[in-house]
Ligand binder design. Structure first.
Ligand SMILES: Cc1cc2nc3c(=O)[nH]c(=O)nc-3n(C[C@H](O)[C@H](O)[C@H](O)COP(=O)(O)OP(=O)(O)OC[C@H]3O[C@@H](n4cnc5c(N)ncnc54)[C@H](O)[C@@H]3O)c2cc1C
Length: 595
């Protein structure tokens, strides 16, 4: 049995007990930081509950009966465990609106898709539009935060250079000045591209360059790295993989891959090296919120085949994927998208019900700023909400909407921002990078006896450094943004993980994050001033087997005949900027054309 295999037999739980000993100190005694839950308007859920109670007490048509914000406190509507609006809007009666207003186009949801819809409708000449967003800041999963005066992401933090199929994204980036054409070539503005070194891996007590666990020359691991690289190249020759995905078409070959798990596909190819499987599992958890046992083989291969392939160590053709990134993450883009909206953006608006009639669309919402119930009447509406929310907000949802919403399972995510007073003392090996990932040794088969919140159930994803792009000559205070996806497992397991995320305290979750990172940084706790946590109950849909090929999802992504168009990354079956933006542009154009 090889050394690697011996290691893989050791239970991951045992190894995860070790970090604090390795660290040579107890992080708990060294910890002096404070912090809080941030990013989601908890009180909005509570107010809705109060409104609901008042409405039922009065016995009038008022209130939001049936709505329960339980589990929603501390969770944005995008991510609510049980959406405060959802159960109430379609089932219960709504309060009589205090104000009734009109607009030509209503956009519901101000994430990337909703902002893109607004942008494309405005460029098609629609001026009289309103975008309703529940939170105070638009951007959804791509919002930013500030700690000690330093910008950091609350969610999405990078955008790869767009490929040839992402025309809409390319156009946007040209307009924002991130791309320009020079002598027939597209050139990126270097200031916004991730600086070197881009990524490193903490493995066996040292940092190594890149994200692959090291492989000895001639070892099984090295052979399997090459074999997987070849399989990705062969599959891309046979089938198209594009970003956005719908431009690849959908063939029986895609459907075959979509119907089995990535882990089963890998096993069928004879790929079993723990280093390779760890890398692929990490990539899937990082992009899809769930690992190789949960996502489809289509999703696993799409990750590599739609971009630059998979490169084994020593591959001469290997190019590190160029990505745009900013201290505040993709909030840099969403803020630029939101700026031209001016008063057309109505934040703090919790949309409760959207009813499409013969002559108009009626939007009922709770205005959290004026504390009033408003009714808006529009000619067309774009629903840029996660589908489980849309299915409940839209009155009389179509069969496609209810089916698609039921098919999707969303991954919960935790994003922790750690404000450091002084730089960390680094361990030997590869230098501090933008993306710093900690390898977790052990088997990748989920241990169902592990508590949902244990890193053994869902290994954490490492951190990015918000000051990486700064050109300051010496390191100083910074913010590390650590990511933790909790979407691995079947629906019941994911639901348990969601409850653990929503119910457990800030202290416990911040402690887990610090303990996990202390494996590589023993001095982390003593240098951390504050830890702000953002939790998403339903962060992103997981491309499980069968999801990408869902006829219901494909039907919703088309231009709709009636007064409602749909736009959200959920329609692609998985969540990245390119999908959300392209779907939003199409929906905005369609709505503008139908007015
Ligand atoms: C932690 C995390 C990290 C990520 N990292 C990346 C990354 O680095 N790169 C990348 O490309 N993608 C990343 N993603 C994926 C990201 O989800 C997409 O890039 C994109 O931001 C999704 O946009 P969207 O508009 O489809 O959805 P959302 O962001 O879900 O937008 C939906 C909007 O609707 C609003 N809303 C919900 N209910 C209501 C209501 N009742 N009334 C009014 N408004 C409502 C929400 O508040 C939200 O603003 C990440 C996602 C997460 C969660």
């Amino acid at each position: 049995m090889s050394d690697n295999n011996t290691k893989s037999m050791i239970r991951r739980r045992t190894l995860l007990g070790a970090p604090l000993l390795l660290a040579g100190c107890d992080w708990r005694t060294a910890a002096t930081y404070d912090g809080d839950w941030v990013g989601a308007s908890h009180e909005r859920g509570h107010r809705l509950q109060a409104l609901s109670a008042a409405g039922s007490a009065s016995g009038s048509a008022g209130g939001l009966s049936g709505g329960s914000p339980s589990g929603s406190a501390g969770d944005s509507a995008t991510g609510s465990a049980s959406h405060p609006v959802a159960a109430s809007a379609s089932q219960g009666a709504l309060a009589t609106p205090v104000v009734i207003k009109r607009c030509s186009l209503a956009i519901v949801g101000g994430g990337v898709a909703g902002l893109a819809a607004a942008r494309s409708a405005m460029s098609a000449g629609v001026d009289d539009l309103r975008l309703f967003e529940l939170e105070d800041d638009p951007g959804g999963n791509a919002r930013g935060h500030l700690m000690g005066g330093l910008a950091c992401p609350l969610g999405a933090h990078y955008l790869p250079l767009p490929g040839p199929d992402a025309h809409e994204v390319s156009e946007l980036l040209h307009e924002l000045g991130l791309l320009r054409s020079e002598s027939g070539r597209t050139v990126a503005d270097e200031r916004h591209l991730c600086h070197s070194p881009q990524e490193r891996l903490w493995v066996d007590g040292q940092w190594v360059d890149g994200l692959l666990p090291p492989a000895d020359k001639g070892s099984t691991r090295e052979r399997q790295y090459r074999q997987f690289a070849q399989l990705v190249a062969d599959t891309s020759r046979r089938l198209r993989f594009t970003l956005p995905t719908h431009r690849a078409g959908w063939t029986p070959g895609h459907a075959l891959l979509d119907n089995l798990s990535f882990a089963n596909w890998l096993a069928a190819q004879g790929l079993d090296d723990t280093g390779l499987l760890w890398t692929l599992d990490y990539a899937c958890r990082d992009d899809y919120g769930a690992g190789i046992h949960t996502v489809s083989a289509w999703a696993g291969l799409h990750y590599f085949a739609s971009r630059h392939g998979f490169h084994a160590p020593g591959d001469e053709t290997a190019e590190r994927e160029a990505v745009f990134t900013w201290p505040e993450g993709n909030a840099w883009i969403t803020r630029q998208l939101a700026a031209p909206l001016g008063e057309r953006l109505q934040s703090g608006s919790v949309v409760l019900r959207v009813s499409a009639g013969k002559h108009q669309v009626q939007i009922d919402l709770w205005n959290a700023h004026s504390k009033q119930h408003e009714r808006w009447l529009a000619t067309q509406a774009v629903i840029a909400l996660p589908l489980h929310v849309a299915a409940r907000v839209v009155a009389e949802p179509s069969a496609a909407l209810t089916t698609a919403a039921a098919q999707l399972s969303h991954a919960p995510w935790l994003v922790a921002n750690l404000h450091l007073r002084t730089p960390l003392t680094d361990k030997p090996g590869a230098p501090p990078s933008w993306d710093n990932v900690l390898h977790t040794p052990g088997p990748l088969v989920k241990d169902e006896t592990e508590p949902a919140e244990s890193p053994a159930a869902n290994p954490a994803l490492g951190y990015v450094d918000a000051q990486h792009q700064s050109l300051r000559p010496t390191p100083g205070p910074t913010v590390l943004t650590a990511y933790w996806a909790l979407g691995d497992g079947d629906r019941a397991t994911v639901a348990r993980q969601r409850q653990a995320l929503l119910n457990d305290s800030w202290r416990n979750w911040s402690g887990r994050v610090v303990a996990e990172l202390a494996r590589a940084h023993p001095d982390l706790a003593s240098k951390t001033a504050r830890v702000d946590l953002m939790r998403y109950g339903h962060a992103m849909s997981i491309p499980m087997p069968g999801v990408r090929g869902s006829a219901a999802l494909q039907a919703l992504a088309q231009v709709q005949a009636g007064r409602l168009q749909f736009a959200h990354s959920d329609l692609a079956g998985y969540s990245v900027f390119e999908e959300a933006y392209t779907l939003g542009v199409a929906a905005g154009r369609a709505a503008a054309g139908r007015r």
